[in-house]
Each structure stands twice: as structure tokens, then as C-alpha cells.
Design a binder for this molecule. Structure first.
Ligand code: 48H
Length: 259
């Protein structure tokens, strides 16, 4: 059979368009495919939810690829290792209570489990705004990342979501937009974004999970975004908190959906 370039083109356009059309209305839209967003997406899809995961970059994985300072190994504590076990990711004990894992194995395996569980990843798409109805976030406003990068004046598109998870990491991008544009009081002590604090691994790991919750109607924060929202410290290249946070946010949304 002779391969036809136009058939290849049509296959891509039609398949992508159909996928995109189907995911314009989802149960959960996740912003950011770092470790916390990937883990959250997997557990939600496993529970039968329709999940779209939007990632600005071409690649998923966020800050996990580079381990610590580009030494591509990560560290997890016992509880974090238990999540890596769910994904069958190899870990090695370094000292009592400290386990290491290959950062590349972590990202590729989390991505593989998530997509095989049914998560649809939309990479190269940036979430730039939200839709709000009656004080609740009901959807996302999205644009191709190259449009953002080139500074082109192109209007975005929108999708509808039952729940939104912000897992954009340190910058906490979505909440900054919500705070700037909407009269919504956030579920923090001050009612506003509290901002990330300096490094304290031991405290930060627990707080990441504690801070993983609904921050305003329809929006949950997880991973580093949770600490940036609620004023928790950073933790450096220990990733257990990110993984546990991803699992927790999925469970919170599953519970909310069943309530
Ligand atoms: C679409 C977006 C947008 C947007 C950002 O930073 P991440 O890896 O996030 P987490 O929270 O899952 O993991 C944090 C971890 O990597 C880390 O940085 C740690 C542990 N730091 C500790 C320390 O002390 O420094 O991933 C976030 C992802 C990235 O891939 C971004 O490209 C993406 O979100 N993203 N995607 N629309 N508006 N903003």
C-alpha cells in the first residue's frame, strides 16, 4: 500500500478534533501535568470520571524530570513510596525512611498509567482564564501555548468542567487570575492567596497534603499550588507530598461528586 500524506493529515485532524469535541465538557479539568496533576488524573479516571488534563508545555511531568538540580533522581518518604508502588515504579531505600526513584521512570510511568486509565492530555495548551457562574468556577478558557508565546492577538476557546483542579505548581497561575478578576473570597485564612514560604521539607510535606482542598467554589488546589495558595513552605526535591496530594484531591472530588 502506498502511503498518502493527505490521508495522514486527515486522520490527525479528524481524530484530534473528535477528541477535543468530546472533552469540551468534562467531569474534571486539571490545569498542569506535573506529578500532583498526573496522580490526581489517574485516580479520578480510575473512579470512572471524565478527565481532561491541560499542560502548557509539549511534555508532561512538570518539575519531576530533573529530580533535584537536574540530578534526575527523586526522594520519597515511606508514605510517598506507597503511591509509587501503586504505579509499579521502582524505589530503592537509601537510609531508613528515605527512598529514591529514577525521575524519568516516574514521569513516564505516571503518564502511562494516567492515559491508559482514560485521562485525555491536551499538551501545548495554556489555561489563561476561567468561566464563573453564580460564584462558582464552571469552566476553563484555553489557548494554544505558541499563541501565548508569540504574543498573538488570538481569542481563546472554552471548556466546561464540573470541577477544576489547579496543579500549576509554584506560580499558582489560575488562582491569581481568579483573585484578580472575580469577587470570590478564597478559603484561606486571609481570604486571599497566602504565598509560598521558604524551604522546610519536614513541615512542607505534611502541609502540602493538608492544604490540598477546595479553595473556592469549583476549584481545588494540589501539589505545590496548594502551598502557594495556603502559605505553606517549599520542600525541595522530595516528591512524596506531591504524590499524596494528587491522591487526596482525587478522593476529595470523588467524595464531593458522591455527596
Ligand atoms: C497549563 C500550566 C499552566 C497553565 C503551569 O510544577 P509542577 O511539577 O507541579 P506539582 O505541584 O505537581 O509538582 C511540583 C514539583 O515539581 C516541584 O516543583 C517541587 C516539589 N518543588 C519543591 C521546591 O522546593 O522547589 O508542574 C506544574 C505544571 C507544569 O508542567 C507547567 O507547565 C503547567 O503545570 N502549567 N499548564 N496552563 N496556565 N501553568
Amino acid at each position: 500500500m502506498e502511503l498518502n500524506e493527505v490521508t495522514i493529515t486527515k486522520a490527525i485532524i479528524e481524530r484530534f478534533s473528535n477528541k477535543f469535541m468530546e472533552y469540551t465538557d468534562v467531569d474534571v479539568a486539571i490545569v498542569g501535568a506535573g506529578p500532583s496533576g498526573l496522580v490526581a488524573s489517574y485516580f479520578l479516571a480510575k473512579a470512572g470520571m471524565k478527565v481532561a488534563l491541560f499542560e502548557r508545555k509539549l511534555s508532561i511531568g512538570g518539575g519531576m524530570w530533573g529530580g533535584g538540580m537536574m540530578f534526575n533522581e527523586i526522594v520519597v518518604q515511606e508514605e510517598g513510596k506507597e503511591i509509587l508502588d501503586v504505579f509499579d515504579i521502582n524505589t530503592r531505600e537509601y537510609e531508613t525512611g528515605y527512598f529514591t526513584a529514577d525521575a524519568v521512570e516516574c514521569v513516564t510511568t505516571l503518564g502511562s498509567y494516567a492515559t491508559k486509565a482514560g485521562v485525555k492530555v491536551f499538551n501545548c495548551m495554556t489555561v489563561e482564564d476561567v468561566i464563573i457562574r453564580d460564584g462558582r468556577v464552571t469552566g476553563l478558557v484555553i489557548i494554544w501555548t505558541p499563541v501565548e508565546m508569540a504574543g498573538l492577538h488570538v481569542d481563546p476557546l472554552s471548556i466546561k468542567a464540573g470541577y477544576v483542579i489547579e496543579s500549576t505548581g509554584h506560580p499558582l497561575e489560575l488562582l491569581h487570575v481568579i483573585e484578580r478578576k472575580a469577587d470570590i473570597r478564597l478559603n484561606t485564612d486571609s481570604g486571599h492567596i497566602m504565598g509560598e514560604r521558604s524551604m522546610w521539607a519536614d513541615k512542607a510535606e505534611g502541609l502540602t497534603v493538608e492544604n490540598t482542598r477546595e479553595i473556592c467554589p469549583g476549584v481545588y488546589v494540589c501539589g505545590m499550588a496548594a502551598n502557594a495558595a495556603f502559605g505553606g513552605p517549599r520542600m525541595g526535591p522530595i516528591f512524596g507530598g506531591m504524590l499524596l496530594s494528587g491522591k487526596k484531591v482525587a478522593q476529595e472530588i470523588i467524595n464531593a461528586g458522591n455527596a
